[in-house]
Design a protein around this ligand. Structure first.
Ligand code: FAD
Length: 473
């Protein structure tokens, strides 16, 4: 192995090859610490050419390559689990290559942090509409590799909808330059879509051309309280009729999820006077006159009360208050993880109208296994995407609760399947859902995926064991 490490250091420079346990630990453990991996080293290249040279070297030594961005993924996908593997960290590929404000595009390297991309777009008088709780540390390469969703998907789509072109280092070590900034291009198969959402199993994204948008303008942010998930479903078309495309975010929190967030943010004040089982955080944009937009919001809230869909509402009075509202929402994921025993997580999507039935059945299914669990449910209700996290009841020992993780996942995913939903709405399959996915996709779909993997990565060296099991190829 010393030959391999010497050659690796020759490519990236000795300071950028990490091998000691202390230095590699943060790269070998996933966000939240559920998945503790192991491997040979961490390599930190600074250019696409260096990435390609590393991949060729790994091919020669049959060493597996695990691409890693901000390591904020929640399914164990960015961590290696074998001795003969390296983490290839994209963090030094962080250049903003160009911005074309007139063509509404930006070309960035994979290691650029999402929040910095949003800021760079704003600095150019443009808007990049991918937004999620981990935006201060996740990287655009990771967002593309997971086809990230987030809070603005209802208006702008998933990451897939925001990418015009890609540069990818293939498992062979060749570089595919697909950095096109075209809005229309039907020349053959659209290869970029193969890599978007492939979770680092088909190649390493090194750069991307992103779509930019005009700034959405004035915004109004408001919390509403409601008694049922049926009301959450019924209020959505009321808002869509009123605001059309200008509905930016429609985020739901169950009582337990909101309580976790308020406890976690010690300064977090209960946003609404009325305690209900469900709360929505909504953001809309539009009219150039602030008074007119506020009036429209008040009108639609009045309609919601009239239809008996809402129990209470509060509109942020200024940007600072809107920020505080969002802090509550964005902290839920970490807040739930901070509970004793953390939480048994699910990232599911069902047709919007099926959300109430899904939650009823999934809570019942989980409680057959763990009678005292509470459901901290939060997420992107406008997309039918719920993070269905189960927190431990007071009396249950942590070990007993955690020992049921897989069984509970399976039972909840059965319910998802009954509602024709997805067991991985936005976080991906990673390491944790490989078996669950294989049991639920049709043989035809699994076989197609295996053939694609085998065609691009015959030696299964690119993020092995993620998305597909090795025995699958
Ligand atoms: C608090 C919190 C909130 C979150 N909210 C959301 C949300 O609203 N929506 C959402 O979709 N996700 C959310 N996530 C999950 C996570 O942030 C996203 O999956 C994100 O896109 C991962 O980016 P990353 O850079 O951290 O990737 P990593 O975690 O480093 O990697 C994720 C996967 O992508 C692969 N990968 C990383 N970089 C590359 C690359 N350059 N080329 C090829 N493969 C690569 C890895 O091998 C791994 O399989 C949240 C996470 C946290 C902690």
């Amino acid at each position: 192995m010393s030959d391999f490490l010497t050659s690796l250091a020759a490519i990236v420079g000795a300071p950028y090859v990490l091998t000691s346990p202390e230095a590699t630990l943060p790269f070998f453990r996933d966000y939240g610490g559920r998945f503790q991996g192991r491997g040979l080293a961490v390599a930190k290249p600074a250019s696409t050419e260096e990435v390609a040279a590393i991949v060729r070297l790994c091919n020669a030594f049959q060493i597996a390559v695990v691409p890693q961005g901000g390591n904020t993924g929640l399914v164990g996908g960015s961590v290696p689990y074998q001795d003969n593997a390296i983490v290839l960290s994209l963090s030094r590929l962080n250049k903003f290559r160009s911005i074309d404000a007139d063509n509404f595009t930006m070309t960035v390297e994979a290691g650029c942090i999402l929040e910095q991309i949003q800021q760079a777009a704003r600095d150019a008088g443009r808007y990049f509409p991918l937004a999620l709780g981990a935006q201060g540390s996740c990287q655009i390469g990771g967002n593309i590799a997971t086809n990230a969703g987030g809070i603005l998907t209802i208006r702008y789509g998933n990451c897939r909808d925001l990418v015009l072109g890609l540069e990818v280092v293939l498992p062979s070590g060749e570089i595919w330059n697909g950095l096109r900034s075209l809005r229309k291009d039907n020349t053959g198969y659209n290869l970029k879509h193969l890599f978007i959402g492939s979770e680092g199993t088909l190649g390493i994204v090194t750069a991307a051309v992103l779509k930019l948008f005009p700034d959405p303008g004035l915004r109004e942010t408001f919390f509403v309280a409601t008694e049922s998930l049926e009301n959450v479903v019924a209020f959505l078309p009321v808002l869509r009729d009123a605001f059309g495309e200008n509905l930016l975010a429609y985020e739901v929190l169950s009582r337990c999820a909101l309580d976790c967030a308020l406890e976690y943010n010690k300064s977090g004040i209960e946003p609404l006077a009325t305690r209900t089982d469900w709360t929505l955080l909504i953001e809309i944009c539009g009219s150039s006159e602030s008074g007119a937009l506020r009036q429209q919001v008040e009108d639609v809230l009045a309609l919601g009360f009239e239809k008996e869909l809402l129990s209470d509402a509060t509109i942020a009075q200024n940007e600072e208050q809107a920020r505080q509202f969002w802090t509550i929402r964005e902290s839920v994921s970490d807040a739930v993880q901070a509970r004793p025993g953390r939480s048994i997580k699910h990232d599911i999507a069902v047709p919007i109208a099926a959300m109430p039935g899904f939650v009823r059945d999934a809570v019942a299914a989980a409680r057959l296994i763990l009678p005292n669990v509470e459901a901290a449910i939060f997420g992107h209700a406008g997309d039918g995407n719920l993070h269905f996290d189960l927190v431990k009841g007071e009396a249950m020992p942590v070990e007993e609760y955690l020992s049921q993780w897989k069984q509970v996942n399976h039972a909840v995913h059965d319910v998802v399947q009954n509602y024709n939903g997805s067991i991985a709405a936005e976080h991906g399959i990673g390491f944790s859902k490989v078996g669950e996915m294989a049991q639920r996709k049709s043989p035809v779909e699994m076989e197609l995926m295996r053939k694609i993997k085998a065609a691009l990565d015959p030696d299964h060296l690119m993020n092995p064991g993620k998305v597909l099991q090795r025995t699958d190829i």
